[in-house]
Structure formats: C-alpha cells, structure tokens
Write a protein that binds this ligand. Structure first.
Ligand code: SAM
Length: 284
C-alpha cells in the first residue's frame, strides 16, 4: 500500500535533515556551480527592491539568500522548509552574508502558514516535485500571492537529459530489482513532463503561464569529487544506495566514477542537467 501524504512529508523531513551536513559541506561548490539558477528564478519572479517574498522549500537558502540581496533592506524574504537542520545552515549563511531581511521558518508547502494575498512574489527551487499533493500546494501558492504577483519555480526535467542525477541511479539499478517507478509518486522526476506543473498552476487560477526546459552543465574536478558530493546531498539517491550490500556499494562507487569520467573535457568533468523553469502570475 502507498504511503499517506503525512507519511511522505515526515519521510521528506527526515531525509533532508539527514543530509543537511552534506549540503553545508559542499555549499561553496554548489553555489559556484548552480547560482545561475537562483538568478534565473529571481528574474522570472520579477523581484524588485522593497518586495516581500516567499521561498518554498528553501533548504540551505537557495534562492532565498539571493532574493534577500535583491529586495534589499526595505524588502524581506521568508524561507519555508520542512527540515529544521537545512534551515539552520541557511540561517548561518544569512548571518555570514550580513543579511537581516531574511527569516527561515519550518512549515509544509501544502499548508502555508500565511494570510491570503501576503506576498509580492514566490520562488522555489527543486522542491515542488517532492510534495505528495502538488495541486494543493498550487492552490496555496495562488492564495498567498498578492494579485498581480509572480511565482517562479524550478523542477527537474526528464531523466535522460539529467546525467548529473541519472549516473548513480542507473548504476544502482544494475544491482537492484526495482519495480518501475509510479509516475504519480513524489520524487525527483515527478514534474519532469512538459505542462504538468504549469497545468496544475493554471488549474489553481494562475495566468500568464510560462515554461522552458533550461539546459546547462555542472562541472566537477574529478569523478571522485562528483561521487562524494552527489552522495552527500541527494537524499533520494542515498536512499537507493542504502539498499546495496557493502560489496555492491564499493562496486557501484567505481562504476559511478567511471560513468562520470566519460563526460571528461579538457577542464574537468561536465555533467548535463535539464531544469524545467515554470512561472505564472496571480490575476489582478
Ligand atoms: C533538493 S532540496 C532543495 C533546497 C533548495 N531550494 C535548493 O535548491 O538548494 C528540497 C527541499 O524541499 C524541502 N521540502 C520537501 N517537501 C516539502 C514540503 N512539503 N514543505 C516544505 N519543504 C519541503 C526539503 O526539506 C528540502 O530542503
């Protein structure tokens, strides 16, 4: 039998709390490699000085921290996430950056603890596909946005265009007899299909829907570094890896590094990613 929404949310909370140390360890590296996505979201959400912004599933502060720098001292950003440990890292980073206009609080995206018409914009990076009830979250987003305000969200696109994520998943599957994934179950690729998230947002009442598959590369100095970082931060991949015996784990590690090395260029390893960027606006 499938899990209830409450069980899925509790699993998410535990999963991301478990990897929070890994996110902090690799923070500088991933900031350098993936900050362009934060800039894209800040642009798509039309952030301007003085705005009040909500960031959903902020984790260790992406894109909430860039949002706070963009809206400036007369604006504010609230970063919401289930996982207290991820938010603790986000708070430490805000302090280091000297940002006093960003606050992080725990909460569930499907039951937003805010009044209707509260925010001038909403951003969200790599969170919405993990929710058990995405249409409910879309309704909540539409409720708390002010009329005329924009949402900008990033979710993962198709597996075959994301070697960065699929290299370890493909290798782990060589050892495990896994049933084919339920396309409606929450997970990394739940919102990969074109029009899926945009359709749910439109159903919830947003207009001016825009979506684009945005392709890029993430660079790593070595296959070993790629293996160590992805295993430290990707909770769903860690969960699959944990099903292997110790011997299989050692074998899988070697195969993952070999696969990553196939993407070697003169200046290191470049692994493709494909991100679905979706934006929409609450009607005036
Ligand atoms: C892959 S991380 C992304 C974090 C950050 N936005 C980034 O891009 O670096 C996914 C985050 O979504 C959060 N999350 C998952 N389900 C959630 C829910 N129902 N409500 C709030 N946050 C949730 C997790 O706790 C986790 O921190």
């Amino acid at each position: 039998m499938g899990q209830t929404p409450e069980q899925i949310i509790e699993g998410q909370r535990q999963d991301w709390n478990r990897v929070a140390g890994g996110w902090e360890k690799w923070d500088r590296f991933f900031d350098e490699q993936m900050a362009f996505l934060n800039h894209r979201l800040v642009g798509d959400a039309r952030l301007r000085a003085g705005m009040s912004v909500l960031d959903l599933g902020s984790g260790t502060g992406y894109p909430a921290l860039l949002g706070a720098q963009t809206v400036g001292p007369n604006g504010s950003v609230t970063g919401l996430d289930l996982a207290e440990q991820m938010l603790a890292a986000a708070r430490r980073k805000a302090t280091t950056l000297g940002l006093t206009n960003v606050t992080f609080r725990t909460g569930d995206v499907t039951a937003l603890p805010f009044e209707a018409d509260s925010f001038d914009a909403i951003t969200s990076r790599f969170c919405l596909m993990f929710l058990p009830e995405i249409p409910k979250a879309a309704a909540e987003i539409a409720r708390v946005l002010k009329p005329g305000a924009w949402l900008a969200a990033a979710v993962w696109s198709a597996p075959d265009k994301n070697p960065y994520l699929m290299i370890p998943i493909t290798v782990i599957k060589q050892f495990l007899d896994l049933p084919p994934p339920d396309p409606t179950a929450p997970g990394i690729f739940r919102l990969a299909k074109p029009g899926d998230l945009a359709g749910m947002l439109q159903q919830a009442g947003l207009t001016n829907l825009f979506e684009e598959e945005f392709v890029a590369d993430v660079k790593f100095p070595s296959g070993e570094e790629y293996y160590a970082s992805v295993m430290d931060i990707a909770a769903p991949i860690q969960n699959l890896f944990a099903k292997l015996s110790d011997e299989q784990k050692a074998d899988a590690r070697g195969r993952i590094i070999t696969s990553a090395n196939q993407h070697r260029r003169t200046d290191g390893i470049a692994l493709p990613i494909a991100v679905r960027m979706v934006a929409g606006r609450k009607p005036l």
